[in-house]
Design a protein. Structure first.
Length: 347
């Protein structure tokens, strides 16, 4: 029903307007008495064989929502109704910012892909903290990761202060944290994936964590556009410090092999590409990181998970968990359920 009826209607709207409509629908389902349970029953699979022990936490299943959908932590509980084992909110920045000018989110249906140049649009860390507090994070809700990034106007030399400020302010609310230094839509951010830059960011965060009573895992999210040598630099930071894992991968700036015409692509302009064209490279990066770390560090795979087979390929390549976003847009709300059922069929 989704692909034949609902998706065509949503795809007649602008991508950002459709996103707003979906968020409204999730909120509605969460507020109507009894409807939350009905939706959860339709789209969830509960089976102990799906559980995963990762990052010191027990995930009910390995399929999560990637960052970018719930930027301000407003619908993470409702997203969990769709059978997701965890939700990553954000990217959150210290100060509110509007992001890049609209239009900034585009569909490529023939390629089963999206291009976005959102630019970390969000209402800032104080709003995220208020939302997480008001919605009772942890009180029977899903595992919540918080994806953090610097403000666009923050110069590179002051970026570590932004990340530390976010980590300190949101520490009590997140189950794990992801250092986003790989989004191609924020000027200069990708350059922070060097070993020196990463150390300047995660070092103060690790120092702060040492003084806390509760341990919160820290992961680094990397770009698929890194060379293997550049990935090695990130791995060196992870293996040489108490950083807990890697999220692979972010969106790509590459445009090879697309079915969309060059004229339409030029009209869209810059932005990060996600979806089907990213699958092969994302699996390749996951496999490389897994082999490089000898499987000793958790990997959350994201980017290009557009089918059940893609999710299984990520897990087979060494990922401990997978995240979906574009795949959910193209496949519909039962996507996580399909992946979980495929995993159960393996047992």
């Amino acid at each position: 029903m989704y692909k034949k009826l609902i998706r065509p209607v949503l795809f007649r709207l602008s991508a950002e307007r459709a996103h707003g409509l979906i968020v409204w629908g999730l909120r509605f389902c969460g507020r109507v008495p009894g409807l939350r349970g009905i939706v959860r029953g339709m789209f969830s699979v509960s089976d102990p064989r799906l559980e995963r022990e990762v990052l010191g936490m027990r995930f009910p299943n390995p399929v999560g929502m990637a960052a970018g959908f719930d930027k301000d932590a407003t619908v993470y509980r409702e997203l969990a109704m769709l059978g997701l084992g965890f939700v990553e909110v954000g990217t959150v920045t210290p100060l509110p910012q509007p992001g890049n000018p609209k239009p900034r989110l585009f569909r490529l249906p023939k390629d089963r892909a999206l291009i976005n140049r959102m630019g970390f649009n969000n209402h800032g860390m104080e709003r995220a903290a208020d939302n997480l507090r008001a919605r009772g994070h942890g009180c029977g809700g899903p595992i919540v990761g918080i994806n953090i990034g610097k403000n666009t106007l923050t110069p590179a030399e002051h970026a570590p202060a932004d990340y530390l400020k976010l980590f300190r302010r949101l520490y009590e609310f997140g189950d794990y944290f992801v250092v986003n230094v790989s989004c191609p839509n924020v000027a200069g951010l990708a350059s922070m994936q060097t070993e020196g830059q990463l150390m300047s960011i995660v070092g103060p965060m690790l120092e702060f964590r040492r003084g806390q009573n509760e341990y919160k895992p820290i992961l680094v999210k990397i770009s698929p556009d890194l060379s293997f040598e550049e990935i090695d630099a990130v791995v060196n930071v992870v293996t040489g410090t108490p950083v807990d894992g890697i999220v692979a991968t972010n969106t790509t700036t590459q445009r090879d092999g697309l079915h969309i015409s060059r004229k339409k692509l030029d009209a869209i302009g810059r932005g990060g590409l996600s979806g089907g064209p990213l699958t092969r490279r994302a699996v390749e990066v996951v496999r490389y990181v897994h082999e490089k770390t000898r499987g000793a560090y958790p990997i959350i795979a994201t980017g290009g998970v557009m089918s059940v087979d893609d999710a299984l390929a990520m897990l087979d390549a060494g990922a401990n968990l997978v995240q979906v976003y574009s795949g959910l847009i193209y496949n519909g709300p039962n996507f996580a359920k399909k992946i979980c059922k495929a995993l159960l069929n393996r047992y």
